[in-house]
Design a protein around this ligand. Structure first.
Ligand code: FE2
Ligand code: ZN
Length: 394
Protein backbone atom coordinates (compact mmCIF):
# COMPACT_ATOMS: atom_id res chain seq x y z
CA UNK A 1 0.00 0.00 0.00
CA UNK A 2 1.39 3.37 -0.78
CA UNK A 3 0.44 6.88 0.00
CA UNK A 4 0.64 9.66 -2.48
CA UNK A 5 1.78 12.33 -0.13
CA UNK A 6 1.83 16.01 -1.00
CA UNK A 7 -0.02 15.36 -4.23
CA UNK A 8 -2.41 18.13 -3.45
CA UNK A 9 -1.43 21.66 -4.22
CA UNK A 10 -0.13 23.39 -1.16
CA UNK A 11 -2.14 26.44 -2.04
CA UNK A 12 -2.42 29.09 0.58
CA UNK A 13 -4.76 31.85 -0.33
CA UNK A 14 -3.38 34.39 2.03
CA UNK A 15 -0.49 36.76 1.58
CA UNK A 16 2.38 36.26 4.05
CA UNK A 17 0.66 36.71 7.40
CA UNK A 18 3.32 38.36 9.47
CA UNK A 19 5.66 40.81 7.93
CA UNK A 20 7.64 41.78 10.99
CA UNK A 21 8.35 45.40 11.63
CA UNK A 22 12.09 45.28 11.11
CA UNK A 23 13.58 46.71 14.28
CA UNK A 24 16.13 45.44 16.77
CA UNK A 25 16.37 45.80 20.53
CA UNK A 26 18.48 48.93 20.50
CA UNK A 27 15.80 51.15 19.20
CA UNK A 28 17.58 51.56 15.89
CA UNK A 29 15.85 50.46 12.74
CA UNK A 30 17.56 47.64 10.88
CA UNK A 31 18.44 48.64 7.37
CA UNK A 32 15.97 47.27 4.87
CA UNK A 33 16.76 49.05 1.66
CA UNK A 34 20.17 50.75 1.97
CA UNK A 35 18.73 53.84 3.62
CA UNK A 36 15.14 52.77 4.34
CA UNK A 37 14.43 52.35 8.03
CA UNK A 38 11.47 52.13 10.35
CA UNK A 39 11.38 53.39 13.90
CA UNK A 40 11.25 51.06 16.89
CA UNK A 41 8.24 52.77 18.44
CA UNK A 42 5.15 53.82 16.53
CA UNK A 43 3.90 57.38 16.50
CA UNK A 44 0.57 56.62 18.17
CA UNK A 45 -0.73 60.13 17.64
CA UNK A 46 -0.44 59.89 13.88
CA UNK A 47 -3.56 59.00 11.93
CA UNK A 48 -2.54 56.76 9.00
CA UNK A 49 -3.75 57.25 5.45
CA UNK A 50 -5.96 54.74 3.70
CA UNK A 51 -4.22 52.73 0.97
CA UNK A 52 -7.32 50.86 -0.19
CA UNK A 53 -7.33 52.36 -3.67
CA UNK A 54 -3.65 51.81 -4.47
CA UNK A 55 -2.91 48.81 -6.65
CA UNK A 56 -0.17 47.09 -4.63
CA UNK A 57 1.01 43.54 -4.08
CA UNK A 58 0.61 43.88 -0.29
CA UNK A 59 -2.54 44.35 1.72
CA UNK A 60 -3.59 48.03 2.06
CA UNK A 61 -4.07 47.37 5.77
CA UNK A 62 -0.40 46.51 6.10
CA UNK A 63 0.54 49.96 4.80
CA UNK A 64 -1.80 51.71 7.22
CA UNK A 65 -0.31 49.71 10.11
CA UNK A 66 3.30 50.30 9.10
CA UNK A 67 2.83 54.01 8.52
CA UNK A 68 3.09 54.88 12.21
CA UNK A 69 6.62 53.43 12.23
CA UNK A 70 7.90 55.74 9.50
CA UNK A 71 10.69 58.20 10.36
CA UNK A 72 9.29 61.72 10.94
CA UNK A 73 10.73 63.11 7.70
CA UNK A 74 8.90 60.50 5.63
CA UNK A 75 5.74 60.61 7.70
CA UNK A 76 4.99 64.11 6.46
CA UNK A 77 5.55 63.23 2.77
CA UNK A 78 2.69 62.70 0.29
CA UNK A 79 0.91 59.34 0.47
CA UNK A 80 2.49 57.95 -2.71
CA UNK A 81 5.99 58.61 -1.39
CA UNK A 82 5.17 56.92 1.91
CA UNK A 83 3.70 53.92 0.09
CA UNK A 84 6.78 53.59 -2.09
CA UNK A 85 9.07 53.80 0.95
CA UNK A 86 7.13 51.09 2.82
CA UNK A 87 6.86 48.92 -0.27
CA UNK A 88 10.63 48.85 -0.63
CA UNK A 89 10.98 47.73 2.97
CA UNK A 90 8.32 45.04 2.59
CA UNK A 91 9.88 43.67 -0.59
CA UNK A 92 13.02 42.88 1.40
CA UNK A 93 11.06 40.69 3.78
CA UNK A 94 8.78 38.76 1.45
CA UNK A 95 10.18 35.94 -0.73
CA UNK A 96 9.65 36.78 -4.38
CA UNK A 97 8.15 33.44 -5.47
CA UNK A 98 5.49 33.53 -2.80
CA UNK A 99 4.65 37.15 -3.60
CA UNK A 100 4.23 36.49 -7.29
CA UNK A 101 2.09 33.42 -6.58
CA UNK A 102 -0.22 35.33 -4.23
CA UNK A 103 -0.54 38.22 -6.67
CA UNK A 104 -1.26 35.96 -9.66
CA UNK A 105 -3.94 34.09 -7.73
CA UNK A 106 -5.52 37.35 -6.62
CA UNK A 107 -5.70 38.56 -10.23
CA UNK A 108 -7.14 35.21 -11.35
CA UNK A 109 -9.92 35.43 -8.76
CA UNK A 110 -10.67 39.05 -9.61
CA UNK A 111 -10.96 38.14 -13.27
CA UNK A 112 -13.55 35.44 -12.54
CA UNK A 113 -15.53 37.46 -10.05
CA UNK A 114 -15.55 40.58 -12.23
CA UNK A 115 -16.87 38.59 -15.16
CA UNK A 116 -19.12 36.31 -13.20
CA UNK A 117 -20.70 38.65 -10.72
CA UNK A 118 -20.56 42.16 -11.96
CA UNK A 119 -20.87 42.33 -15.72
CA UNK A 120 -24.18 41.36 -17.19
CA UNK A 121 -23.94 41.34 -20.96
CA UNK A 122 -25.94 38.46 -22.41
CA UNK A 123 -22.83 36.33 -22.69
CA UNK A 124 -21.91 36.56 -19.03
CA UNK A 125 -23.86 34.73 -16.40
CA UNK A 126 -24.76 36.08 -13.02
CA UNK A 127 -24.91 34.07 -9.82
CA UNK A 128 -28.24 32.25 -9.73
CA UNK A 129 -28.86 32.27 -6.01
CA UNK A 130 -27.38 35.33 -4.31
CA UNK A 131 -28.70 34.07 -0.97
CA UNK A 132 -26.03 31.40 -0.65
CA UNK A 133 -23.15 33.89 -0.99
CA UNK A 134 -23.52 34.96 2.62
CA UNK A 135 -24.20 32.87 5.70
CA UNK A 136 -27.86 32.18 6.51
CA UNK A 137 -27.46 29.44 9.08
CA UNK A 138 -31.14 28.62 9.57
CA UNK A 139 -31.60 28.08 5.83
CA UNK A 140 -28.40 26.12 5.37
CA UNK A 141 -28.15 23.69 8.28
CA UNK A 142 -30.17 20.89 9.81
CA UNK A 143 -31.88 22.11 13.03
CA UNK A 144 -30.14 19.42 15.14
CA UNK A 145 -26.73 20.61 13.93
CA UNK A 146 -27.57 24.27 14.59
CA UNK A 147 -28.78 23.49 18.09
CA UNK A 148 -25.61 21.57 18.95
CA UNK A 149 -23.39 24.38 17.64
CA UNK A 150 -25.40 26.90 19.58
CA UNK A 151 -24.86 25.00 22.86
CA UNK A 152 -21.28 24.14 21.89
CA UNK A 153 -20.42 21.49 24.46
CA UNK A 154 -18.79 18.13 23.84
CA UNK A 155 -21.90 16.29 25.11
CA UNK A 156 -24.23 18.16 22.73
CA UNK A 157 -21.84 17.53 19.83
CA UNK A 158 -21.70 13.82 20.68
CA UNK A 159 -25.52 13.70 20.76
CA UNK A 160 -25.68 14.44 17.04
CA UNK A 161 -22.48 12.69 15.93
CA UNK A 162 -21.40 9.17 15.49
CA UNK A 163 -17.69 8.44 15.81
CA UNK A 164 -17.26 5.79 13.15
CA UNK A 165 -13.63 5.22 14.17
CA UNK A 166 -11.42 7.26 16.51
CA UNK A 167 -11.22 10.79 15.07
CA UNK A 168 -13.80 10.26 12.31
CA UNK A 169 -17.10 11.95 13.03
CA UNK A 170 -20.24 11.86 10.89
CA UNK A 171 -23.39 13.90 11.36
CA UNK A 172 -26.44 15.33 9.65
CA UNK A 173 -25.44 18.82 8.51
CA UNK A 174 -26.96 20.42 5.41
CA UNK A 175 -30.59 20.90 4.48
CA UNK A 176 -31.63 19.29 1.16
CA UNK A 177 -32.73 22.69 -0.21
CA UNK A 178 -29.30 24.17 0.43
CA UNK A 179 -27.56 21.21 -1.24
CA UNK A 180 -29.83 21.73 -4.23
CA UNK A 181 -29.04 25.47 -4.46
CA UNK A 182 -25.31 24.90 -4.18
CA UNK A 183 -25.42 22.20 -6.86
CA UNK A 184 -27.31 24.58 -9.19
CA UNK A 185 -24.82 27.33 -8.48
CA UNK A 186 -21.88 25.09 -9.34
CA UNK A 187 -23.63 23.99 -12.53
CA UNK A 188 -24.28 27.62 -13.44
CA UNK A 189 -20.61 28.45 -12.89
CA UNK A 190 -19.51 25.48 -14.96
CA UNK A 191 -21.80 26.49 -17.79
CA UNK A 192 -20.20 29.93 -17.71
CA UNK A 193 -16.73 28.34 -17.77
CA UNK A 194 -17.77 26.28 -20.76
CA UNK A 195 -19.41 29.20 -22.64
CA UNK A 196 -16.55 31.61 -22.05
CA UNK A 197 -13.82 28.94 -22.42
CA UNK A 198 -12.30 30.40 -19.28
CA UNK A 199 -9.43 28.21 -18.13
CA UNK A 200 -10.14 27.49 -14.47
CA UNK A 201 -7.88 25.93 -11.87
CA UNK A 202 -9.20 22.63 -10.54
CA UNK A 203 -9.44 22.09 -6.77
CA UNK A 204 -6.19 20.10 -6.57
CA UNK A 205 -3.84 18.02 -8.68
CA UNK A 206 -5.81 14.81 -8.13
CA UNK A 207 -9.24 15.98 -9.36
CA UNK A 208 -9.79 16.87 -13.02
CA UNK A 209 -13.42 17.85 -12.37
CA UNK A 210 -14.94 20.05 -9.73
CA UNK A 211 -14.53 23.74 -8.91
CA UNK A 212 -12.95 25.96 -6.29
CA UNK A 213 -15.90 27.71 -4.63
CA UNK A 214 -13.63 30.38 -3.14
CA UNK A 215 -12.69 31.47 -6.67
CA UNK A 216 -16.16 32.57 -7.77
CA UNK A 217 -17.43 34.51 -4.80
CA UNK A 218 -18.21 31.97 -2.08
CA UNK A 219 -15.07 32.70 -0.06
CA UNK A 220 -16.71 34.93 2.60
CA UNK A 221 -19.52 32.44 3.25
CA UNK A 222 -17.10 29.51 3.52
CA UNK A 223 -14.85 31.48 5.84
CA UNK A 224 -17.82 31.96 8.13
CA UNK A 225 -18.59 28.24 7.85
CA UNK A 226 -15.09 27.48 9.05
CA UNK A 227 -15.03 30.05 11.83
CA UNK A 228 -18.47 29.57 13.32
CA UNK A 229 -19.21 25.92 12.61
CA UNK A 230 -16.08 23.85 11.93
CA UNK A 231 -13.79 25.53 14.45
CA UNK A 232 -16.05 24.96 17.51
CA UNK A 233 -16.14 21.23 16.67
CA UNK A 234 -12.42 21.03 15.93
CA UNK A 235 -11.56 22.84 19.14
CA UNK A 236 -13.21 19.98 21.04
CA UNK A 237 -12.22 16.99 18.91
CA UNK A 238 -8.89 17.96 17.30
CA UNK A 239 -7.13 20.36 19.70
CA UNK A 240 -3.72 18.70 19.17
CA UNK A 241 -3.64 19.60 15.45
CA UNK A 242 -4.59 23.27 15.83
CA UNK A 243 -8.37 22.70 15.87
CA UNK A 244 -8.89 25.78 18.04
CA UNK A 245 -6.81 28.06 15.82
CA UNK A 246 -8.07 27.26 12.33
CA UNK A 247 -7.64 30.49 10.40
CA UNK A 248 -7.77 29.80 6.67
CA UNK A 249 -9.51 27.43 4.30
CA UNK A 250 -9.68 26.02 0.78
CA UNK A 251 -13.27 25.32 -0.25
CA UNK A 252 -14.25 23.31 -3.32
CA UNK A 253 -16.58 20.72 -4.81
CA UNK A 254 -15.47 17.44 -6.38
CA UNK A 255 -17.50 15.52 -8.95
CA UNK A 256 -17.44 11.78 -9.45
CA UNK A 257 -19.08 9.48 -11.97
CA UNK A 258 -18.06 7.41 -14.97
CA UNK A 259 -17.84 10.54 -17.12
CA UNK A 260 -16.15 12.54 -14.32
CA UNK A 261 -13.39 11.63 -11.86
CA UNK A 262 -14.06 7.99 -11.05
CA UNK A 263 -12.13 7.39 -7.86
CA UNK A 264 -9.44 9.04 -5.76
CA UNK A 265 -6.14 7.47 -4.73
CA UNK A 266 -4.90 7.05 -1.19
CA UNK A 267 -3.66 10.38 0.18
CA UNK A 268 -3.60 12.93 2.99
CA UNK A 269 -5.14 16.41 2.69
CA UNK A 270 -3.29 19.72 2.86
CA UNK A 271 -5.41 20.59 5.88
CA UNK A 272 -5.44 20.27 9.65
CA UNK A 273 -9.15 19.43 9.62
CA UNK A 274 -11.27 18.34 6.63
CA UNK A 275 -15.03 18.73 6.37
CA UNK A 276 -16.55 16.64 3.60
CA UNK A 277 -20.30 16.86 2.90
CA UNK A 278 -22.12 14.88 0.26
CA UNK A 279 -24.42 17.19 -1.75
CA UNK A 280 -26.01 14.43 -3.86
CA UNK A 281 -27.24 13.33 -6.25
CA UNK A 282 -28.09 9.73 -7.20
CA UNK A 283 -25.08 7.41 -7.19
CA UNK A 284 -23.72 4.06 -6.20
CA UNK A 285 -20.23 3.31 -4.95
CA UNK A 286 -17.89 6.15 -4.00
CA UNK A 287 -17.21 4.95 -0.44
CA UNK A 288 -14.42 6.60 1.48
CA UNK A 289 -11.78 4.36 3.02
CA UNK A 290 -9.66 5.44 5.98
CA UNK A 291 -6.35 3.99 7.16
CA UNK A 292 -5.10 5.81 10.26
CA UNK A 293 -3.55 9.21 10.99
CA UNK A 294 0.12 9.78 10.16
CA UNK A 295 2.71 12.55 10.44
CA UNK A 296 4.92 13.45 7.43
CA UNK A 297 7.62 11.00 8.45
CA UNK A 298 5.25 8.05 8.88
CA UNK A 299 2.88 8.66 5.98
CA UNK A 300 3.87 5.43 4.22
CA UNK A 301 3.89 3.12 7.23
CA UNK A 302 1.70 0.03 7.60
CA UNK A 303 -1.96 0.18 8.60
CA UNK A 304 -2.99 -1.51 11.85
CA UNK A 305 -6.17 -3.63 11.63
CA UNK A 306 -8.07 -1.32 14.00
CA UNK A 307 -7.38 1.64 11.69
CA UNK A 308 -9.41 0.27 8.79
CA UNK A 309 -12.72 2.02 8.13
CA UNK A 310 -15.02 2.29 5.13
CA UNK A 311 -17.74 4.92 4.96
CA UNK A 312 -20.66 5.27 2.53
CA UNK A 313 -21.80 8.82 1.76
CA UNK A 314 -25.33 10.00 2.49
CA UNK A 315 -26.50 13.31 0.93
CA UNK A 316 -26.59 16.11 3.50
CA UNK A 317 -24.42 14.16 5.92
CA UNK A 318 -20.95 15.43 6.83
CA UNK A 319 -17.79 13.61 7.73
CA UNK A 320 -15.15 15.45 9.76
CA UNK A 321 -11.60 14.18 10.19
CA UNK A 322 -8.00 15.28 10.59
CA UNK A 323 -6.40 16.18 7.26
CA UNK A 324 -3.58 13.75 8.07
CA UNK A 325 -6.04 10.86 8.36
CA UNK A 326 -5.01 8.80 5.32
CA UNK A 327 -7.91 8.12 2.98
CA UNK A 328 -9.15 7.64 -0.55
CA UNK A 329 -12.44 7.22 -2.44
CA UNK A 330 -13.60 4.08 -4.22
CA UNK A 331 -15.05 4.24 -7.72
CA UNK A 332 -18.44 5.85 -8.16
CA UNK A 333 -19.87 3.18 -10.43
CA UNK A 334 -23.22 4.73 -11.27
CA UNK A 335 -24.75 8.20 -11.43
CA UNK A 336 -23.08 11.36 -10.14
CA UNK A 337 -21.71 12.15 -6.73
CA UNK A 338 -20.81 15.74 -5.78
CA UNK A 339 -19.19 16.59 -2.47
CA UNK A 340 -18.45 19.89 -0.78
CA UNK A 341 -15.00 19.87 0.79
CA UNK A 342 -13.56 22.42 3.17
CA UNK A 343 -9.87 22.08 4.03
CA UNK A 344 -9.32 24.03 7.23
CA UNK A 345 -5.82 25.16 8.18
CA UNK A 346 -4.11 26.65 11.20
CA UNK A 347 -1.07 28.86 10.60
CA UNK A 348 -0.21 28.64 14.31
CA UNK A 349 -0.13 24.83 14.21
CA UNK A 350 1.97 24.83 11.03
CA UNK A 351 4.51 27.17 12.59
CA UNK A 352 4.78 25.16 15.82
CA UNK A 353 5.05 21.87 13.93
CA UNK A 354 8.39 22.98 12.48
CA UNK A 355 9.97 22.69 15.92
CA UNK A 356 8.53 19.30 16.92
CA UNK A 357 9.56 15.74 16.17
CA UNK A 358 7.20 13.64 18.25
CA UNK A 359 3.58 13.63 17.11
CA UNK A 360 2.33 10.84 19.34
CA UNK A 361 -0.66 12.97 20.34
CA UNK A 362 -2.13 12.30 16.88
CA UNK A 363 0.10 10.14 14.64
CA UNK A 364 -0.71 6.44 15.02
CA UNK A 365 2.84 5.38 14.20
CA UNK A 366 4.53 7.90 16.54
CA UNK A 367 2.21 6.50 19.21
CA UNK A 368 3.17 2.90 18.42
CA UNK A 369 6.89 3.72 18.48
CA UNK A 370 6.56 5.53 21.78
CA UNK A 371 4.78 2.54 23.35
CA UNK A 372 7.46 0.24 22.01
CA UNK A 373 10.21 2.38 23.55
CA UNK A 374 8.38 2.40 26.89
CA UNK A 375 7.96 -1.39 26.77
CA UNK A 376 11.66 -1.86 26.00
CA UNK A 377 12.66 0.38 28.86
CA UNK A 378 10.36 -1.52 31.26
CA UNK A 379 11.80 -4.89 30.28
CA UNK A 380 15.35 -3.49 30.55
CA UNK A 381 14.62 -2.28 34.07
CA UNK A 382 13.07 -5.64 34.97
CA UNK A 383 16.12 -7.47 33.67
CA UNK A 384 18.41 -5.16 35.62
CA UNK A 385 16.45 -5.80 38.83
CA UNK A 386 16.47 -9.57 38.30
CA UNK A 387 20.23 -9.44 37.72
CA UNK A 388 20.73 -7.50 40.95
CA UNK A 389 18.48 -9.97 42.78
CA UNK A 390 20.53 -12.88 41.46
CA UNK A 391 23.80 -11.19 42.48
CA UNK A 392 22.65 -10.50 46.05
CA UNK A 393 21.31 -14.08 46.38
CA UNK A 394 24.61 -15.65 45.34
FE1 FE2 B 1 -8.98 14.05 0.72
ZN1 ZN C 1 4.52 9.94 13.26
Amino acid sequence: MSVVDGTFDRRRDHPPANVAVPVNGNGVGITASSDHRLKLNPNTEHKPDSYDDLPMEFSPLLFSCLERYLPPAILSSPRDAKAQYMREILLKYSPEGERIRVQKHKEYRQKIIMNYQELTPAFFLQPLHKEIYSMHATNFFAPSFLKAIHESTEDRFRDIMSEAAPGIFTFEMLQPQFCELLLKEVKNFEKWVCDTKFKIMRPNTMNKYGAVLDDFGLEPMLHKLMEDFVRPLSKVFFPEVGGATLDSHHGFVVEYGIDRDVDLGFHVDDAEVTLNVCLGKQFSGGELFFRGVRCDKHVNTETQPEEILDYAHVPGRAILHRGRHRHGARATTNGHRINLILWCRSSVFRELKKYQRDFSSWCGECQREKKERQQLSISATKEELLKKDGESAS
